[in-house]
Design a protein around this ligand. Sequence first.
Ligand code: GDP
Length: 201
Amino acid sequence: MKIKSAEFVVSNSNVEKCPKSRLPEYAFIGRSNVGKSSLINMLTSRKSLAKTSGRPGKTQLINHFLINKNWHLVDLPGYGYARVSKSAKKVFQKFITQYFAFREQLVTAFVLVDIRHEPQPIDLEFMQWLGENGIPFSIIFTKADKLRPKAIENHIEVYKNIMLETWEEVPNYFITSSSKDIGKEDVLEYIDGLNENFISN
Ligand code: GDP
């Protein structure tokens, strides 16, 4: 898929204020600092569509972007940032839960995972929660440039084995690097395919 246009639409913390249009949408979520903003910028070929920030926890909003005038890319807040207060975490959980519960046009979520780390309980729990709530998702492994191919293979293997302890199948996954422009086409083609189905439904 060629990105012809990418525009910021709205930021908010209330699912009811999200765009009313019925365009298919795709949500990107992961731990703070996982590389979400960089990935969104890579996918859209824009330098700073999503704000890459050295201040994790500051972007605690649901951000809608309109891509090619026919689908929404949604940048959800990063989770698991230790310095966010307990009350802030509760608010976060509430509006994220509501986003996933009420956003009917959501086609799939992309859960971002830093490929360098061992599977983290917070990511596994979040995916478990998505599964229990019937929300389709794929994993996007980020920062693949930081590991050699063999290490990537090993880390994916470890991840698969852990997932298979609770899931019947390994979820769909992508290996990406925003610094080296890896995985961009795979993710965009996947979205393109889902958009076609969404439109014909
Ligand atoms: P966010 O908090 O999830 O939005 O993460 P950012 O996109 O702001 O990235 C967090 C940090 O990881 C920044 O220092 C980025 O430069 C770095 N980073 C993001 N993506 C990559 C990548 O693909 N490769 C490498 N080596 N570093 C990355």
